[in-house]
Each structure stands twice: as C-alpha cells, then as structure tokens.
Design a protein. Structure first.
Length: 634
C-alpha cells in the first residue's frame, strides 16, 4: 500500500511559491513547506519535504520518491532526485554526518533528519547485539528443558524449547507468534535460562525488568509470569533447588510501561536513563513489541548497557505502532533474512478451543476464500460462552449499525446484571473483582475513531442506550453510573494510572453506610504480582473518586489500536462500509479478530472485508535492510 502522497496530486510539475498546496497536508506539513522556502530551499524541495512530513504523520519513517512520480516514472524520479541532490538543505545518506541538514536523501528515500538518525542508530544497535552473541557458559541440556516444561516433551513444544535453548549467551532475542502460541510460557523459561547464564558469567543474580508500551500489556505479562511460576512450583518435576533463586528473580522483576522503565520526564521531554546514564538492568523484556515506534525503540537501545540482554516479544503480524515505523515487523524480516538463531516464531496454538485459529490464520495470509470457509466452519460451532463462535453481520449504513448496537447493549446489560453491578459493596469485598473482570467478557472494536462508524460515536450510542436500562434508574441523568467503563487517555504517574488503563464504575459503601460511586482499576503489576504472598497484601483493585481521574473517555467501544495487549471472551469488530478507507488493512482486521478468546462477530460489508484482507500495511523506510547490512558488515 502506498502512502497518501499520490503522484497525480503532486502533479510532478515544477511547483512555484504560488502553487496551490495539497488539501491533504496538515498544518504541520504546510509549516515545513514554509520553513524550507524561508531558508533558501527551492519549491520542489519544499514540496518534497512537506510530503515527507505528511508521510511521517502516517507512520512512515521515510518518503519514497517513487510515490511522488506519477506512474512511478523513472525519468521523473531521476529528475526529482537530481534536484534534491543540489539542495543545501539535503544531505546524502552516506555522508556520515548529517547534522547540518534537516533532510537526508538516501537511494529512493527522502528522510526528515531525526528519522534517518533514529533508523541508523536502531539498526546499528541491533546489529551490535546480534554480533555480540557468545557461547553460553551454562547451556541448557535436554533434561533441564524437560524439567522447565513440567516434564513435557511434545513436538508441538519444539519451537518453545528452541527459544529457551537459544537465548543464553545472546544480547538480543526476538520471540514472535500469534494468540495462544505460548509466548508468555516461553518467556518465563527463557528468563530462567538467562538468569542462570548471568549468574554463571557474572557471579550474581541479574536485575530483570519487564515492560510493555502500555500499562495493561505490562500487567498482563506480569500476571501470566506469576501464574506460570505457580504451575512450575507445583509440578511433579519441579525445578530443582538450584532454579529457585532464578524463579524468585523473575517474580521480583519490576514491571511497567516502557516510558516508566526509561524514566520519562513527561512534558519536559526525554528520559532519565540514556547512553550516559544507563538503565540499571541486566535483562529487559518488552512485550507487545509491535506497539513500539522508532523513537521509543531508539531511546530504549540507547539506555541499555551493551552487556544487557534485550528480549522483544510480540506478534509481528499485528498492527504497527501509532507512531513512526513498523518496528517488530521490520526486525523479524531482518532476522529471517539473515538467520542467526536469535529469532523464534511460534506457530502452534495451545488453546483448548482452536475454532478461531483458522480465521486468524486466513486473515494473516490474506485469503478471502480461506477466511469465508473458516468463518462458516466456526459459525456452526458453539463457543464456551454459549454464542456461535463466529458471525458476520452486514452493516452497510447507520440504521444497520444502530440495530447492531441495540442488540449489543442488551447483551452488555446481561453481563452487568450477572455480576449484580448496581448492588453496593464495601471497598474490600472480593465480589468487586468479578465486576471489573466482567468488562473482559465482551468488547466492541472499531477500525475508526471518529465518524458515524468510529469508536467515539459508538460509545455515545451505547452509553445513551445503557442509561435507559431500568436497573440504572437511580442514576438517571448522571454522568457517572454503575457499569460505566472508561479508559485513561493520559498518564498520571502520581495516581499510577496510565494511558490504556481500563476501569469500571461501581457503587461502594463507605464507613457510614452511604453509597458512593467509585471507579475500579486493577492494581499496578509490581504490587498485584506479590499480593498473594502476604497475608496483609492490599486488595487487587484500586478505587478512585471518578472526579479525580486523569483525562479519560468511555471504553464501551475501543479503537483496534487501543485494544492491543488485551483479550476478551467475545469481540465484535466494526469496519467502515467505505472500501476506500485507508484503515482497511490486513493488520487492522487481524489484530481486532485475534483479540477474541472464544467468539467473534464481524460487522462489515463484503467490499470492506475484502479490501482489508488483500491490503497489507506497508510503512516505508529502510530499517530491515539496514539491520541486515550492519550485521553482515560486522
């Protein structure tokens, strides 16, 4: 898929200062155009720079010159390149030092300087980590691997065992795979092997840090590691005493967002940990790495010591970051192009119910017929929640959408009634937890954020209908009511609430017996992980006065991007009926449908579904090639 820098719009004429500016340009793009002209640039360079700014806004780290030439005409590309090479504002990509120029031209790619520098820095750092792999001091033998997998040794676990076996001695390890393929199970055992290797090499236990781009994803990984550790402890072939300190090191690892890991300075910009103040960590695991953008990965690599181990975990087929680049996808491609044992792709799904696996695989591969066949087969199967495993609803217009939302609210009301959402409980009542967990039973996901088929409008319609529920009549007309689900949209470190955290409004009894509305959130992972180990541990939920929350919005419907790192029993996916929508790409559909554990619905029209299936998301840049080139060059 090309960027939205269509050649016919650019026209590939010699633009003048008086040429009309493209309608697609944002104000930022227009500002770049004005800046170039004000600093002596010619109109053609100014237009190219503005299009590069526009491309960055759509996630590309570079602008392909061919995208500006109508029909990819090589003569026009050559003319454009020759003009740019003469500009004093443009540096050649092989110049080494580009500090004096705001733009960089490399091959057929035109960069904003910061993106070029970040791409080069990331590629070099990853290549150094690949080249720094050593023979392990304490290699894992088959009997040890068998014990780490609770005595199991099946063919389906071969790739998991390979990842655990190959990790010790490396400075970079990448683990990718779809839902249910056992990534977290594998990560736990990888960490045990890495911890033992660190002790053997350095004579002490490692400092382990666990992170993810969102707090929710970090929390899920921490909880999964804790649950996996409990299974290891209780296994008949439990790991011997020599493994126990390493298990405790893993469970004692601090976890949180990548920004928190790096010591984000918030509005002041930058991070506390950087090249001259490295992160005090020996092993760092980043889950949901597909959500990393180019700048954040560069900051992370800058902050890591050269001898630290970085483990990147995620699904390379998911949506890329909302920021610049397609990091996980590019890294996986590079490591597959030049295999050195530092990449393992998990494929086998270990879930008891694998009904949805063929659907996800068909979307991942982009096959329309395979997708239709998989949906048809799943529709005849009843999931564990009593729903058909898959349904497709033709939602071609707003009236059809309103009908679907009405049915959706009825189902939501039943979910809330099942947990008795309107009955007040004391703040320490364990029955509060199922109310928050009920939010994971069903979720509407939207490709769009705005417009009649976007998440904002869907949220408004769902909230309006939910408020008409007789059970909520006591709270009629109020902004807050039991069952209102919200998602935090801005970090609040003081409250330890972060962008992406989801809470639900519940009625709570105070000491005087009065009913108050509070918003329940899960406790941060570094506290919740150890709650069961102490008799006086705090409850797994935190309650907030709704009027003290940081910026938030309703979470009855989420964008697909916001849903990354989460899973739900039942998912409905809403696609816009306009097949020309630029968000109809394969990764959007795959990410959305793969959030479902048991059953799913697709609200779409055939043209939109087909467009999404056959349109892979492509972000322009040279990170994959750079990693390979830097690694081979040594």
């Amino acid at each position: 898929m090309k960027t939205h820098v269509a050649g016919e719009r650019f026209g590939f004429h010699e633009p003048s200062r008086s040429s009309p500016l493209p309608e697609e340009w944002r104000e930022l793009d227009r500002a770049v155009w004005r800046w170039v002209l004000a600093h002596g640039g010619d109109p053609l360079t100014a237009h190219t720079a503005a299009w590069a700014s526009h491309a960055e806004g759509q996630g590309h780290s570079a602008l392909e010159l061919a995208a500006l030439a109508e029909g990819d005409d090589p003569d026009k590309v050559a003319h454009l390149r020759a003009t740019l090479e003469q500009s004093a504002l443009v540096a050649p990509g092989d110049a080494g030092d580009t500090e004096h120029c705001p733009f960089v031209l490399e091959g057929g790619h035109f960069y904003l300087r910061r993106n070029h520098r970040s791409e080069v820095a990331v590629a070099r750092a990853l290549a150094r980590r690949r080249q720094a792999a050593l023979e392990p001091v304490r290699p894992l033998h088959d009997d040890e691997l068998r014990a780490l997998f609770n005595g199991s040794w099946t063919d389906e676990e071969e790739r998991q065992r390979a990842a655990v076996r190959q990790a010790p001695g490396r400075r970079l390890m990448v683990l990718t795979g779809g839902p249910g393929t056992g990534k977290t199970t594998t990560v736990l055992r990888m960490l045990l092997g890495l911890s033992r290797e660190h002790e053997a090499r350095h004579g002490g236990m490692p400092q382990i840090r666990i992170a993810a781009p969102t707090g929710k994803a970090a929390q899920r990984l921490s909880e999964s590691l804790h649950q996996g550790a409990e299974r290891l402890r209780g296994g008949e072939r439990l790991i011997t005493q020599t493994w126990r300190p390493h298990l405790e090191a893993v469970l004692g690892a601090e976890s949180g967002t990548v920004h928190r890991l790096l010591g984000s300075r918030g509005r002041h910009g930058g991070f506390a940990f950087r090249a001259d103040e490295p992160l005090p960590a020996d092993i760092v695991v980043v889950d949901e790495a597909s959500m990393l953008d180019l700048g954040l990965l560069r900051a992370l690599l800058d902050a890591l010591r050269e001898d630290a181990v970085l483990v990147l975990v995620g699904d390379a087929d998911q949506l890329t970051s909302v920021g610049t680049g397609s990091i996980m996808m590019d890294i996986v491609r590079a490591l597959e192009t030049d295999p050195r044992g530092d990449l393992v792709r998990l494929a086998h799904c270990f879930r008891a119910d694998i009904t949805l696996v063929p659907i996800n695989e068909a979307v991942r591969c982009g096959g329309m017929q395979a997708f239709e066949d998989a949906v048809a087969a799943a529709s005849a199967h009843t999931a564990g929640n009593g729903r058909p495993a898959a349904l497709v609803h033709n939602v071609a217009d707003v009236p059809a959408l309103r009908r679907r939302l009405t049915a959706w609210v009825r189902s939501l009301q039943q979910v809330l009634a099942d947990v008795d959402i309107t009955t007040p409980l004391t703040a320490d009542d364990p029955a509060l937890l199922p109310r928050l967990e009920a939010f994971g039973r069903q979720q509407l996901l939207c490709a769009l954020r705005e417009g009649p088929f976007g998440a904002l409008q869907a949220n408004a319609l769902i909230a309006a209908r939910l408020r008409q529920w007789d059970a909520l009549s006591v709270w009629a007309g109020r902004n807050w009511y039991p069952g209102r689900a919200v998602i935090i949209t801005r970090n609040d470190p003081a409250a330890r609430l972060y962008n992406g955290d989801v809470g639900i409004c519940v009625p709570v009894l105070n000491n005087n017996g009065d009913t108050l509305l509070r918003v329940a959130f899960e406790r941060p992972p570094d506290v919740a992980m150890h709650a069961s180990e102490h008799t006086d541990a705090p409850p797994p939920l935190r309650l907030f006065d709704p009027y003290t929350l940081p910026p938030h919005e309703d979470a009855f419907a989420l964008t697909v991007h916001k849903s990354q790192g989460s899973e739900y029993d039942h998912v409905a996916v809403l696609l816009p009926p306009d097949p020309d929508s630029p968000l109809l790409v394969r990764q959007t559909l795959y990410t959305a449908l793969s959030r479902a554990r048991q059953s799913l619905e697709l609200w779409s029209v055939p043209a939109s579904t087909g467009k999404a299936l056959r349109t892979p998301l492509v972000r322009h840049g040279r990170l994959t090639q750079r990693i390979v080139e830097c690694t081979v060059a040594g």
